[in-house]
Write a protein that binds this ligand. Sequence first.
Ligand code: C2E
Ligand code: CA
Ligand code: CA
Length: 530
Amino acid sequence: MQRQLTTQELLDRFDEAISNGYIFAYYQPQFNHATGSMTGAEALMRWIDPEYGMQYPSDFIPVLEEHDLLYKADIQMVESACRFIRNCIDDDISVVPISFNMSRNDIFKHSYVDDVEKVRQKYNVPVKYLRVEITETSAIGGMELMVSVIDKFHKLGYIVEMDDFGSGYSSLNILKDLDVDIIKLDLNFLNGNVSGRGGIIIRSVVQMAKWLRTPIIVEGVETLEQADFMKSIGCYYIQGYLYSKPVPEDEFLEKMSIAYHEPTKSPSELIKTFKADNFWDPNSLETLIFNNFVGGAAVFSYNKEKLEFIRVNRKYIEEIGMNISERDFIESNPWKYFETDSKKVFVDTIEKAISSAEEEVCESWMLLNSKCCGTDQMCIRYHLRVIGNAGDEYLIYAIISNITAEKKSFQDVFESERKFRYASEHTKSYAWEYTIATKEMRPCFRCMRDLGLPPLIKNYPEPVIESGLFQPDYADMYREWHRQLAAGIGSLEAVMPLTAARIHFKVKYTTEFDENGVPVRAYGSATPIE
Ligand code: C2E
Ligand code: CA
Ligand code: CA
């Protein structure tokens, strides 16, 4: 009979399930949607009870986690993956890298890295076949530990992936602080919605990942529309039901054996492997990529400030907001869009790309004059790489993106996060933002670190009151404050004893109103009284 095991049954049957191999890995392959090649797979935990059948992670993982049993099962996944890879190598079967999931307790309570490494050595699996998935939530409250775990994995040669990226508020900061090699973006967090707001979020994340030169794997891709949309913004790596559900090992082996394989590459590495010679062959893959490349791409020759476009694709011209043919663009004076300062930045970057033989990046503002719309400014990001030379004349491959909108929005977000963070560090106070309509609270980093708060709290202030931060009578007063904020009070202030240690804090709120006088947000702070 198929049914879900109760908590008690899960706990009673766990040891037996581990030792009899009832807990094991299913594999979900990942593909490059542009080429159809398989690029990797994720090991996902399954528990098949001999009596009651398939149990799913969403039901049993929280139970195992709560009773500190997940660790054993997580290591079992690494073991499954290593055994599988070893068998493939022994049988001369080409195998793709396999990711396994790490949970929060693995690193907080156990010697996870060492144990993973022991398993790898036991099976003598080359480390390039293993990738560890971490989540941003496991970093909360233990940023330093997380940084050191990633560092340890890196020193051993493992690829580290950021799982479920974009599900939390702190994503921007987390990416700056954690050195991950691959980002996994989950469409489930956006309800699979790639148009409208979901699409804007995705574009921004993708743009940022590109700035960090980090490849993205998109998860939860169920439809061709979603996959094509992701491809159109430069994300080729796809994991989801569209290609394959998670499948048992033998089925995975079959899928893997019939697929082409290729590594997961960062956008810049894709350019590195570009062969300049093939570029002139109209039937080569390089030409195909160039013509179909979803971003703007161009090739120009350069010799001591003399610059001549040789090829541009359609998207290049679209990115810079022009409405002329590729041919007219090539024949126009390339410098006419640059101001003196921007031209210098651009020329310096070309020179740098020539001397480093690496990809170099710059941003420059462009002036656009048109009879109908007057003057407009846009910010273009150029990725430049030398692909060939003849004496002093260099051939440069350029990829461009119009980052005017993103630049502005990221500047705003980074700037406000930065201010928020530093202001709270300097003043020793705790700060948070309360959205009145949704009763959501976003704490500052110090709140998250010192009080262990998550990045977004719903139905505020109830969860924090329940955690015992307030004494009962102050709790009622604090609840009342939030009713007053909703009713439109402009500011509030009081001294309250907080935490179990009853430290006295000055707690303040200041309300922000919209143009119609409706209260929108309130900014809270709590400063200890010395
Ligand atoms: P996750 O790591 O984000 O794994 C991806 C989940 O999305 C998997 O669910 C997968 O089956 C599902 N999925 C894949 N493609 C699609 C799709 O196209 N549409 C939709 N709607 N879903 C898709 P699964 O296997 O049930 O795992 C759920 C979660 O349980 C995982 O989320 C992960 O957080 C956790 N988990 C799974 N295996 C392990 C493990 O070995 N160790 C630990 N610590 N956690 C695990
Ligand atoms: Ca995962
Ligand atoms: Ca995920």
